[in-house]
Design a protein. Structure first.
Length: 449
């Protein structure tokens, strides 16, 4: 009897010692129905297609996240052929060789929180992008076919989309299979790894190796750190924090353009600028706000992320667009005549766009066709749109991201507006902006909308 009691006690202790490591987690049984298994289980069920991507998920520590049946995720899953190409391009034999942060950013770019079925995906295709952000925080564009964008604007105008019978994500990854539903989302098979846009505008300039003089000018003027920022965290009175996006548009000058003016180094650039910028100095540190180099670099920085199409658009062809530069009280003008957009028309250093819409994680770079020194145009009438500020843009787009509505801010350069009379007597007709007369070329100016 005593031996029997001891046996029961031993059994009870052994049962108590066996703790289920998955206690409290949802369990799904695979009975052949893919809708009852997780995204990870679906990938494992098709190892012939996804074995390398599964290894990548393990290395990036995202395997368990996609195996949680309570977390709904739409996954763009590269097949083995895509992963092999990616490894060859990175010259790696194991995913552990990748920087861990970069590996996670790549995985995040392939994940969208929520379930996107085939019908919704096709609707997004007609709109040009998926309005739900990836876990990385960007938006995936969709198109029929792809086009080579790494060319100058005159060549791009002659280019056309290729492979237009297939859908491409971000102009780089072909969608091979649509919408395999699982218990915690959807899986789409894609033919290339979607490379996230992680480089800042200054990183992009450095990587090109065609802007060495301008990159050095940015560094010497003390503006490199500013151009690396992507967001700003602002504490609130209630103890919470808001995160505002930081975006820039850079009018970039290549070494070739500098060389054409006899400029081969920073000293020669400063001497050139001193002859064209009467307000600038060269007897102070380059990081001083009055130095010709500091003024020049800021002049080439526009707050906000603007494509060329947004920069050049006007409601009436021939109107001049007036843009705030990063240099206080100095502006840049753009005028389009006969389809050709000219920056600072009327100055001795006017120029056109050479290669536009080079994307970065915090803005756009546009290569231009001259040195473009600081220039003060003659006084004129300017329409000022007070909504065109980086703070307002960030607030509106943050709301759009939280509600899966995409980038909601519509730039005044391309926004269709409902005009109203701001006066009580309606004697001034319709108006949607403030109009004022400049009294000096140093006056504050905003984008014409």
């Amino acid at each position: 009897m005593k031996k029997y009691i001891l046996s029961l006690l031993a059994l009870a202790l052994s049962v108590a010692a066996c703790k289920d490591p998955y206690l409290g987690q949802m369990f799904e049984l695979d009975d052949g129905d893919d809708t009852k298994i997780t995204n990870i289980a679906y990938l494992e069920k098709h190892m012939e297609d996804y074995s390398l991507f599964l290894d990548f998920l393990q290395a990036a520590d995202y395997y368990n996240a996609l195996n949680d049946a309570s977390t709904i995720v739409t996954l763009m899953a590269p097949d083995n052929e895509a992963m092999e190409t990616f490894m060859q391009e990175r010259n790696i034999t194991s995913f552990e060789e990748l920087d861990s942060m970069y590996a996670r950013q790549i995985i995040q770019t392939h994940m969208i929180e929520g379930s996107i079925n085939e019908a919704s995906f096709i609707q997004y295709l007609t709109e040009g992008s998926i309005s739900m952000p990836t876990v990385f925080g960007d938006y995936l564009s969709l198109s029929y076919g792809f086009i080579d964008r790494d060319v100058d604007d005159d060549m791009l105008a002659q280019s056309s989309y290729e492979d237009t019978l297939n859908i491409y994500i971000n102009n780089q990854s072909k969608v091979k299979e649509l919408d395999h539903q699982t218990v915690n989302g959807r899986v789409y098979k894609v033919g290339s790894v979607i490379i996230p846009l992680v480089e800042s505008v200054i990183d992009k300039l450095e990587l090109s190796n065609e802007h060495t003089i301008m990159v050095e000018a940015i560094q010497k003027s003390g503006l490199r750190d500013m151009l690396e920022k992507t967001a700003d965290t602002i504490p609130q009175l209630d103890g919470s924090y808001t995160v505002n996006q930081i975006r820039y548009t850079i009018l970039a000058v290549t070494d070739k353009q500098y060389n054409a003016q006899g400029i081969n180094n920073l000293d020669e650039l400063c001497n050139y600028l001193k002859a064209t910028d009467e307000a600038g100095r060269i007897d102070v540190p380059m990081s001083d706000s009055s130095h010709v180099l500091f003024r020049y670099v800021n002049y080439h920085i526009i707050s906000g992320a603007y494509t060329k199409e947004e920069l050049v658009f006007t409601a009436v062809e021939g109107d001049k667009k007036v843009l705030d530069s990063g240099l206080a009280n100095e502006i840049i003008t753009i005028q389009t005549l006969d389809g050709i957009s000219v920056i600072n028309r009327g100055s001795e250093d006017s120029c056109t766009f050479v290669r536009s819409n080079i994307p970065a994680c915090n803005g756009y770079i546009h290569r231009i066709g001259s040195v473009l020194p600081v220039w003060c145009p003659e006084p004129t009438v300017v329409i000022w749109d007070f909504c065109n500020s980086s703070d307002i843009i960030s607030i509106v787009n943050t709301y759009g991201a939280k509600n899966n509505l995409g980038n909601l801010f519509s730039s005044p350069v391309d926004n269709g507006e409902y005009q109203i009379d701001l006066s009580s007597t309606s004697e001034y007709g319709t108006a949607n902006s403030f109009i004022y007369k400049k009294t000096s070329p140093k006056s504050k100016k905003q984008t014409v909308g």
